[in-house]
Design a protein around this ligand. Structure first.
Ligand SMILES: [Zn+2]
Length: 78
């Protein structure tokens, strides 16, 4: 029985080696780094997080940036 899965036009991504996945991740990390505020320490980032998101359970998480070595906050999305 025929299934009707729509084909994605980006078929060339199918055979992409894992190295590219790593590159893509790095590219994203750099974009995030450029777009986000940078904090010197984890505690500073956390303090900011607490200030900006007053207890809605949707709190952003601090992580150390592999690009700049500083700390950023993730922006949680629904
Ligand atoms: Zn960074």
């Amino acid at each position: 029985m025929p299934r009707r899965h729509p084909r994605r036009p980006v078929a060339r991504h199918a055979g992409v080696p894992r190295v590219d996945a790593g590159l893509e991740r790095e590219r994203r990390a750099r974009a995030a780094c450029a777009a986000k505020d940078r904090y010197e320490t984890e505690s500073e980032a956390r303090a900011m997080s607490l200030m900006h998101v007053p207890g809605r359970g949707n709190r952003s998480v601090a992580y150390q940036c592999p690009v700049c070595g500083g700390w950023h906050l993730t922006s949680p999305r629904p």
